[in-house]
Write a protein that binds this ligand. Sequence first.
Ligand code: SF4
Length: 292
Amino acid sequence: MSTLGRYLDRLYCRYDKSFLTSDPVQFPHAYVDTQDREIVAFLAALFAFGNVTSILNTVRRILTPMGPHPATSLNGLTSGSAKAYRGFVHRWVSATDLYALIRGMHRVLNEWGSLKCCFLAEHDPKSDDLSLAMGRFIARLRAAIGEKSLGLRFLLNDPATGAACKRFNMFLRWMARPADGIDLGLWPEISPRQLTIPVDTHIARISQFLGLTQRRTTNWAMAREITDALRSFAPDDPCKYDFALTRIGIVEGCRGYRHPKICPACPLDHVCRAPLRVSIHNDITPPFPLLI
Ligand code: SF4
């Protein structure tokens, strides 16, 4: 195995379940029932944008009215259920958007029994990736919602637009990768080979530093290029490194450039080709880890 492959494997072993609380994947782990985990994972992944603290607060705010069994709560949705979300806002997603999403999920569950059944209806095990199944699942959920707004369009973006679809890819990683203390292994019908790495600006930047992508724009093509590069280290499970790579920003405090205090302690120090400086304001730039 190459030097980078050895570093990535060490990274994968290092960031185990003891780091769960730094990530929204902690939420589905708090439930026992499979249906509850699936629903909680979907909501937690869709709202995983913004800074970590606000993401965790938002997901708690969404889940609290659902009680200990969100699947049962979603099944028993009534017109009065919307009251629980009055005043909710997460960035540009309003309480109206959130309740429309929840109502759409309720309809999908009524029709299909689970999110998994709805997704698998369009899943082609021979396909290289899951983009088509994702697009069709999103179309079904949008139809069940029956409303369009900026917030809903953002929450449910489609890879056919060329977007990286970080949050949906993250949800699929949680579902399809085997249970390893981080991911949940709830959808074994999907091969981890078909997953695409969830890419945001931070994973994009670290991937550039490691030579996993030459692209500058964060989009679906970049996500596939990074996934294919990781495939040379883990052919059957290229996205196994995603959680560990994101800890470099969230836990280690990577600034996106060589930092004399942070980089020497970083587990990727010897293989990272980050630039020395990006701004004369380096010392006051908010640290990377705040954003995921
Ligand atoms: S060595 Fe420094 S710049 Fe490179 S990934 Fe680690 S913290 Fe970020």
